[in-house]
Every structure is written in structure tokens, then in C-alpha cells.
Design a protein around this ligand. Structure first.
Ligand SMILES: CC(C)(COP(=O)(O)OP(=O)(O)OC[C@H]1O[C@@H](n2cnc3c(N)ncnc32)[C@H](O)[C@@H]1OP(=O)(O)O)[C@@H](O)C(=O)NCCC(=O)NCCS
Length: 191
């Protein structure tokens, strides 16, 4: 899993943010259904991690560190209403073949099975860094929504049916995204 992170989040993404063994142990013990991975011929090629939170405790204004307990998910609350995405990644050689979407749809099933209201998470906007002198994050998002620009993560999340609910500034140390993220949700259609 740490190798999957290393391949998926190369520099300038800070390597301190790759999973460590203690975090992985917390994921599989606290909320195993929220710790899923994709495997091909015995090789891990992608993963997705989530926890349950009560959105009223966090609101739409939060950062990655606070809402995910620094990636340790010790704040996982089985009585919450929102499945929050800590991370999703697929190694570069297997991208654009439907694996990321399959991981996301698996997590949507978990939202439905648990009767939660939504899935929510902060999507990186790695294409923004190169445009940050040109446009605000809001204008960048607007252009991606209109299909004028493509963003490697936000365009993917839109294709998965996630809808933007706001921009979170200083969400995560992430130079490529100007440290911003787009909070994007998927509402449980059965609630
Ligand atoms: C984001 C990521 C998980 C996508 O995984 P993936 O397996 O390549 O995505 P999929 O093949 O399932 O793509 C699903 C849809 O998104 C679209 N998509 C995927 N990558 C895209 C890109 N770079 N640009 C535009 N659209 C993209 C696909 O075309 C597909 O569209 P379709 O449903 O119309 O066929 C992967 O690129 C990744 O690991 N990125 C680095 C890690 C990262 O930043 N994770 C996000 C943390 S918030």
C-alpha cells in the first residue's frame, strides 16, 4: 500500500503524507469497509480509504488534517451521516481504465448500505497550480465544470457523479493544487 502511494503521489507531493503502517492499521481495524483496494494478479494497484463523520461536527469548512484525524481516522464515528473520503489513488500504469471509478462506486454502495446521507471529500485540483496567476480557484473550477479545461482529479470526480459544494482553501499541503481542494459530494439517492 505504501508503494502504491509512492507511485501515485510523486514529488512535489509531500512524502510525509503517504500512508504509514500505523495509519493503515487504524484503517483496517476501525472501519474495514472503508479500506478498499484494487488488485491485479496479486499486485495492489489502487486503493480508497474513508471514515464516517457527523457533518454537523465539521461543517463544510474544514481541512484534511482535522476531518480525517491526520489520516489516522481515530475520529471515525459510526453514528455519523457522511462517508468522508480520506484518499483515492490508482498507480499511473493502470489509470484511465475504470479502476478509480469502480473504487468510488464501491464506496457509494457502502453509503447506501449504511443509510448515510452522502459521500464527501476534498478533491485535489492539480491542474490549478499552473493557472493560479491567471484565475482564482473558483474560476478554475468553473472552467473545468464547463468542460473548457480538464483537471486530472476534478474531471475524474465529476465523471464519477460527484458534485462540487465549495472550495476549501489551505486544505492540504499540495503545491500542484495551490493547497486548495474542491469539496465534492455524492448524495445518497435513497435518503
Ligand atoms: C484520480 C485517479 C484516482 C483516477 O483514477 P483512474 O482509475 O485513472 O480513473 P478511471 O479510469 O476510473 O476514470 C473514470 C472517469 O474519469 C475520467 N478521467 C480519469 N482521469 C482523467 C483525467 N486525467 N482527465 C480527465 N478525465 C479523467 C475517465 O475518462 C473516466 O471517464 P468515463 O467515465 O467517461 O469513462 C488517478 O488519476 C490517481 O490516482 N491520481 C493521483 C492520485 C490523486 O491525486 N488522487 C486524488 C486524491 S483527492
Amino acid at each position: 500500500m505504501i508503494d502504491v502511494q509512492r507511485a501515485s503521489f510523486p514529488p512535489p507531493f509531500p512524502e510525509e503524507l503517504w500512508w504509514n503502517e500505523e495509519q493503515l492499521n487504524e484503517h483496517v481495524t476501525r472501519f474495514p469497509e472503508g479500506a478498499i483496494c484494487a488488485e491485479i494478479e496479486g499486485r495492489l494497484i489502487g486503493s480508497m480509504t474513508g471514515l464516517i463523520v457527523a457533518l454537523k461536527d465539521n461543517g463544510h469548512s474544514h481541512d484534511w488534517e482535522s476531518i480525517t484525524g491526520g489520516g489516522y481516522i481515530r475520529n471515525h464515528n459510526p453514528d455519523g451521516d457522511t462517508l468522508y473520503v480520506v484518499d483515492i489513488c490508482v498507480i499511473p500504469e493502470y489509470r484511465q481504465s475504470g479502476i478509480g471509478k469502480w473504487l468510488m462506486q464501491t464506496m457509494y454502495e457502502t453509503v447506501v448500505q449504511h443509510g448515510l446521507l452522502r459521500l464527501l471529500g476534498g478533491g485535489r485540483m492539480p491542474g490549478y497550480g499552473a493557472r493560479k496567476l491567471e484565475v482564482s480557484p473558483e474560476q478554475y473550477l468553473e472552467n473545468v465544470l464547463m468542460g473548457i479545461w480538464k483537471d486530472p482529479v476534478i474531471s475524474f470526480l465529476l465523471r464519477c457523479g460527484r458534485m462540487p459544494v465549495g472550495i476549501a482553501r489551505n486544505y492540504l499541503e499540495d503545491e500542484q493544487s495551490g493547497n486548495h481542494a474542491v469539496l465534492m459530494e455524492w448524495r445518497n439517492p435513497f435518503k
